[in-house]
Design a protein. Structure first.
Length: 265
């Protein structure tokens, strides 16, 4: 069962700024209006520092020398340094500082500050709730912001997002509703005050999920007809599709994308 946790993705990060950044995708190649070019370091220097062992030092060096960059990441045993409009003098500074053969430079369009500033515009929780967004992250390799949402939110959310952020900065991760539910079980408890239900998953001895609901949650009966939260009953059998992240607690806590009541025999 595919399930997003609150930590979202297990990725190899060399970041420490508190935002989600993920080195995913193909390093080499281009993206529309956002050329990414991996270059061999033709400038040879006398560098003695291994950047793989000092990623924080690399960031500080880039900042101290005012070298515009889109951050760094590790791939295939090399440290990749994203450079915005790289110059010969900047390449020379890196070559004089770091061991040849331990890093590569990547020509990118957007600086990490530009990406972080754009991501901050989506930090309003009311916006997340209204547009039903799952998450945002900075993809260091693609030099873009990844925005994850269900396909049901795509038509409404994209125009609103692109009023705030230049589309050139964005890559969308659209999650389609799978045929198979994430959880099948029975309702152990209904919390009317918090608008959530506790579900005992089939095969478990203790209730395993608290499912909450929002304005985007879809509730239907076994025939596909719309129902409401008030129609849910304790011991009722349900099939649940999870909305976004799962908080790893016991019981786990998650939002409800779709809930189907299972007809009693």
């Amino acid at each position: 069962m595919k399930r997003m946790t609150i930590t979202l993705l297990a990725v190899i990060l060399l970041t420490g700024c508190g935002r989600q950044m993920e080195p995913s995708g193909n390093v080499q190649g281009g993206y529309a209006n956002n050329t990414v070019q991996v270059t061999d370091n033709e400038v040879k220097g006398s560098g003695t520092i291994d950047p793989l062992s000092e990623p924080g030092e690399v960031r500080s060096f880039l900042q101290d020398n005012q070298i515009p960059n889109g951050d760094i990441y590790l791939k295939d045993g090399l440290l990749y340094i994203n450079l915005v409009k790289p110059t010969e003098s900047g390449e020379r500074l890196l070559a004089d500082r770091y061991k040849t053969g331990t890093y590569k430079t990547v020509r990118v369009t957007h600086s990490i500050e530009e990406l972080q500033a754009a991501q901050d515009k989506l930090g309003n929780q009311d916006l997340f709730a209204r547009l039903n967004l799952y998450s945002t992250s900075i993809d260091v390799i693609k030099n873009k912001i990844t925005i994850t949402m269900p396909d049901s939110s795509e038509a409404e959310a994209k125009p609103e997002i692109e009023k705030l952020i230049d589309p050139i900065l964005i890559e969308y991760d659209i999650q389609e509703l799978s045929e198979k539910p994430d959880v099948v079980g029975s309702i152990s408890k209904i919390d009317n005050e918090s608008h959530r239900i506790l579900v005992l998953e089939d095969g478990k001895t203790e209730p395993s999920y608290w499912f909450s609901f929002n304005n985007h949650s879809e509730l239907v009966d076994s025939a596909g007809h719309a129902v409401t939260f008030d129609d849910l009953k304790e011991k009722g059998k349900v099939r649940v599709w999870i909305n976004g992240a799962v908080e790893d607690s016991f019981p786990a806590q998650a939002g409800t994308r779709r809930l189907e009541l299972v007809a009693s025999n």
